[in-house]
Design a protein. Structure first.
Length: 415
């Protein structure tokens, strides 16, 4: 296999994902995605007629986000019509998967210059239902699947895992405070500046040039005032026969009938935001021909599934799978990015792999910065690369949970 190099990575700031409130909420998803594609082309003096493909991740492919966002955004960005595009959906894992697939095309020798990325405008998609949920549970069209693998609401899954693993409210709140504190430091020290692009309105004015979601100064005391919210959701009927979201999990894990520990709330769950990100990948041939400067190479990628009912537990096996394929041990990884979909996901990941907490999500995570579902994975890869360079370190592993009980993973290495 040939090398697949990362040449550049850029992203928008994350805007609050509320209609009329977030600074990016007025953009059409194609237009927001075009912003990072425009920046990537400009930053790298890119002849877009030489781009073999654009692989894009978008979880909620409905409404304005439907219709192959990757291709439409490229056209909106003024790319040459020769630059094709495709859009994929692996729920939360879409933004890592787009990069993994681009890397595979390059490493196989089939393509030389590929752009990967993702977009999610949660200010628009949330009004149509949570784009990161499993297929509609009230749809009785596939009772066979429901019987095999009852799937429920993600926050309910997070509380189920916390209960089964014995992870208490103190632990998940402490991790949320750390996330906010690290994000505050990263922003003050301009650690995101290399990848962050200002988003401009069409009249040239600045729409957003900073992270809009963080809540600096968050403390254990302020989080203690927030009531867990998914206990109520666990009691909501999810099916026509009145089976609740919680009861769907209890079908697979009857021990939960003895009592749940509800620990998650808005402060230790990922934020609802808008955002887009893009990375430029190239083969060695393209690097030489176009005189590009590689920043990193793709060491290994991987996917792993786990229990769809608990939904959020695949990152650990996926990370182990990627490490094994690369012939690496956890000690060979300098930085880890595990998406903070819910605090328990990152807490369990750290505990299960026995990681040094000072190497995990060092600039904060989705609890502080937000989680634009289809874009987050691409954002995290760029964030990890920037931080490897800032610290003079070598390797990073990035992974995240996804609905359906999945997790993609990728290992990158500085060049």
């Amino acid at each position: 296999m040939a090398e697949a190099y990362i040449i550049d990575a850029c992203r928008t700031p994350r805007g609050v994902g509320k209609p009329g409130r977030g600074a990016l909420s007025h953009f059409h998803p194609q237009r927001l995605a075009a912003k990072v594609l425009e920046a990537l082309a400009e930053r790298n003096d890119l002849d877009t007629s030489q781009v073999d493909d654009i692989i894009w991740g978008t979880s909620s492919q409905q409404g304005a986000q439907a219709g192959d966002l990757g291709r439409m955004a490229a056209l909106d960005a003024g790319y040459d019509i020769k630059a094709s595009g495709v859009t994929l959906d692996r729920f939360c894992g879409s933004g890592i998967t787009s990069v993994n697939m681009a890397a595979a095309q390059v490493a196989s020798g089939f393509e030389d210059l590929v752009i990967a990325g993702g977009t999610e405008m949660m200010s628009q998609t949330m009004s149509m239902g949570n784009p990161n949920e499993p297929p509609p549970l009230l749809d009785s069209g596939n009772l066979h699947l429901r019987d095999l693998h009852p799937q429920t609401q993600q926050g309910v899954c997070a509380d189920a895992i916390a209960t089964l693993e014995g992870i208490d409210r103190q632990a998940v709140d402490e991790l949320a405070v750390v996330s906010q504190a690290r994000a505050e430091i990263a922003i003050k020290e301009n650690r995101f500046d290399k990848s962050l692009i200002p988003v401009k309105n069409d009249d040239g004015s600045i729409a957003l040039d900073y992270e809009e979601f963080p809540r600096p100064g968050t403390s254990l005391e302020t989080l203690a005032e927030l009531k867990p919210i998914f206990g109520m959701m666990a009691g909501v009927p999810a099916t026509e026969d009145g089976t609740t979201f919680g009861a769907l999990v209890e079908k697979k894990y009857p021990q939960l009938k003895d009592g749940w520990t509800h620990v998650h709330h808005a402060g230790n769950s990922s934020g609802v935001v808008d955002g887009a990100a893009a990375l430029l990948l190239a083969s060695e041939k393209a690097v030489e021909r176009k005189r590009l400067t590689p920043r990193a190479r793709i060491v290994a990628t991987g996917n792993m599934g786990d229990c769809p009912t608990l939904m959020l537990n695949a990152p650990v096996p996926s990370a182990n799978h990627a490490l094994a394929k690369a012939g690496l041990a956890k000690e060979d990884i300098d930085l880890w990015e595990i998406n903070e979909a819910f605090s328990v996901v990152a807490e369990k990941f750290i505990r299960d792999l026995d990681l040094d907490r000072e190497k995990v999500n060092v600039n904060g995570g989705a609890m502080a910065l937000g989680h634009p579902i289809g874009a987050t994975g691409s954002i995290l890869i760029g964030t990890a690369l920037d931080e490897l360079e800032r610290r003079g370190k070598q390797r990073a592993l990035i992974t995240m949970c996804a609905a359906g009980g999945m997790a993609p993973a990728i290992i990158i290495e500085r060049v």
